[in-house]
Write a protein that binds this ligand. Structure first.
Ligand code: SF4
Ligand code: SF4
Ligand code: SF4
Length: 321
């Protein structure tokens, strides 16, 4: 018998109000082909399971040092806390159970589609009454398109509202394989200029723009929605020319997708330290919805995409009754 496909998932979110209609359950898929410098989900970048350690909670008991035969851990004599050589770690998870401070975890667990559905089914039964539902995020969920489609298909069988959040950097066939089971697709536009897009995310944007155009046609023909997210990151994509370019592009798309501006937040900084990597935008100030550059960004979007609704912050998106 053929082995069942498994998803690699690094987190779940519960009772959220920013990622789809009503109250959402979230599943975060591991692995992403982009490297956005401001990424707030560094656990989602690598597809492989990996060790994450909250060093702040460590009391230096040395249990993990004794247990691990790979020589990953040592106690720093200066602050008496653990230091890790993450390159040596095999993510076997042995040290996780043993740590008395519960400061270790393996980020990345395998599930079949049925197992994932069972895990969230109870919550969905409850939130579905108010048209809430399931949102798949990441990482980039399309890197695991087969199992994402399988899971969303089960949800549709049970009349659950479904969304994905994606960069749209994937083969069109993979995007449409998943989108066919979605009520809403959230897709990011990180920069309108392809060279600049490559500088700040690691990849150019031609495929993304082509996919967004096709996706808007595909979804609007079926009475479903695309929401264009415009993350606003000072120093990376905050130029007025970028906002104007995005708005002009969105104005040409089918279905008049809403533009949703997301002010920068820095909630991911600690997570970088936990996996032994560095946050490139360390110290960049969080933005608020009423900050002048955000207000101006919204004005420009309204000016250059006058037929499209413009909102700021995930909770401000308008959903039809
Ligand atoms: S996960 Fe395994 S290899 Fe990695 S530090 Fe823990 S015991 Fe060592
Ligand atoms: S087992 Fe936990 S508390 Fe003890 S040294 Fe290792 S990380 Fe720190
Ligand atoms: S696409 Fe999303 S998950 Fe991937 S690097 Fe960019 S912000 Fe992070």
């Amino acid at each position: 018998m053929a082995e069942k496909k498994e998803a690699i998932v690094f987190d779940f979110g519960h009772f959220r109000n920013t990622d789809g209609y009503g109250i959402r359950t979230m599943i975060f898929f591991k692995g992403c082909p982009l490297r956005c410098k401001w990424c707030s989900n560094p656990f989602g970048l690598s597809v492989a399971p990996q060790l994450a350690v909250n060093r702040e909670r460590c009391v230096g008991c040395g249990m993990c040092v004794k247990l691990c035969s790979k020589g990953v851990n040592r106690i720093n004599p200066e602050d008496h806390k653990v230091e890790m050589d993450f390159d040596k770690c095999k993510a076997c998870g042995l040290c996780v159970q043993l740590c008395p401070q519960k400061c270790r975890q393996i980020s990345g667990t395998k599930y079949t589609a049925e197992q994932l559905y069972k895990k969230v089914q109870r919550e969905l039964t409850f939130t579905r009454r108010d048209r809430g539902g399931l949102t798949l995020s990441g990482g980039e969920v399309l890197m695991q398109h087969e199992i994402a489609a399988e899971l969303l298909k089960i949800c549709k069988r049970d009349y659950i509202d479904t969304c994905i959040e994606t960069s749209a950097y994937a083969r069109w066939e993979h995007l449409v394989e998943v989108a066919q089971y979605c009520d809403t697709v959230f897709v990011d536009m990180k920069h309108i200029d392809s060279d600049r897009h490559k500088e700040i995310t690691g990849i150019p944007n031609e495929l993304i723009l082509e996919n967004i155009r096709k996706l808007c046609e595909y979804m609007s023909e079926r009475g479903k929605r695309v929401i264009i997210r415009r993350p606003f990151i000072p120093g990376y994509n905050d130029e007025e020319s970028c906002t104007i370019g995005i708005a002009k592009f969105v104005a040409t798309l089918s279905g008049r997708p809403e533009i949703n501006i997301l002010p920068y937040h820095n909630l991911g900084e600690l997570k970088y330290k936990m996996i032994g990597s560095e946050c490139e935008v360390q110290g960049l100030n969080m933005m608020k919805k009423k900050d002048e550059p955000i207000v101006r960004c919204a004005e420009l979007c309204r000016q250059y995409a006058p037929e499209n609704r413009v909102s700021v912050g995930g909770e401000a998106i308008e959903y039809p009754d």
